[in-house]
Design a protein around this ligand. Structure first.
Ligand SMILES: O=C(O)CCC(=O)C(=O)O
Length: 242
């Protein structure tokens, strides 16, 4: 299982094009230093174990089955979760209960689909007590809080993002890839809009004959472990997650 929380941040633009790994910084860091060094200069950064002591670190499939099993959720079920996507994509969702979805994860793994962008606090506001916003972050900059719950191997296709985020890995591991706006034309984007723009390329297995420009793309990558926080500062750029 993989589980993550993202807080969305309304603050457009990116600023850097860098090669290689998403950089890491040690904690503690003051609000002022975080803002001047990373936020204002739009540098993606990872703070390892920043959320290790969150109450949410206790979350697992049994917690959601026992406490929220009857909640109705919308689960994405299409091919964008598993491989290369030829556009245009018809995204398919089914409505089910959390209990049934979790049962499907246990029985069918990746075929169970992805409970993504679940705006949990709008439905269960009491869950905010499980999330302790890191002290370096101005919590007033955060807007929507989304939960992403899926089976091992689930992918979020390479897509555009309109907002920065504060991404926290709760359970399982995720490979996060960020591509800055100046690189995105090498990703053969389809629907260049913030809400449904994406690339047809499976970046883990790119077809370079079909997408030769992708061979030169500059990406930042990192594996996030439980408790790690990353501030993607990716607005206007592209993101891929597995
Ligand atoms: O975790 C994921 O699968 C995708 C996250 C994402 O797209 C985002 O934070 O904007």
């Amino acid at each position: 299982m993989i589980l993550a929380i993202t807080f969305y941040v309304r603050q457009p633009i990116w600023g850097v094009a860098i090669v290689g790994k998403i950089p890491e910084a040690p904690l503690p860091i003051t609000k002022a230093l975080f803002k001047s060094k990373y936020y204002d200069t739009l540098r993606p950064i990872i703070f390892r174990e920043a959320a290790k002591t969150w109450e949410a670190a206790k979350w697992n499939l049994d917690f959601f089955t026992d406490q929220y099993g009857d909640t109705v959720v919308s689960v994405q079920l299409d091919e964008t979760l598993t491989g290369e996507v030829e556009g245009p994509v018809k995204t398919t969702y089914i409505s089910t209960t959390l209990k049934k979805y979790i049962q499907h994860i246990k029985e069918h793994g990746i075929k169970a689909g992805y409970l993504n962008q679940w705006n949990i606090l709008s439905i269960h506001p009491e869950l905010h007590t499980f999330l302790q916003i890191p002290a370096f972050y101005e919590s007033k900059m955060l807007t929507i809080t989304n939960l992403w719950l899926g089976p091992k191997g689930t992918k979020s296709k390479l897509h555009y993002d309109s907002d920065h985020n504060l991404f926290t890995q709760i359970y399982g591991r995720k490979l996060v890839t960020l591509i800055s706006p100046d690189q995105s034309k090498k990703c053969y984007p389809i629907n260049r809009t913030w809400y449904d723009g994406y690339s047809p390329i499976d970046i883990l297995n790119p077809d370079l004959e079909k997408y030769p420009l992708f061979a030169d793309v500059v990406m930042l990558q990192a594996v996030l472990e439980p408790g790690d926080c990353s501030t993607s500062l990716k607005a206007g750029g592209m993101m891929f997650v597995r």
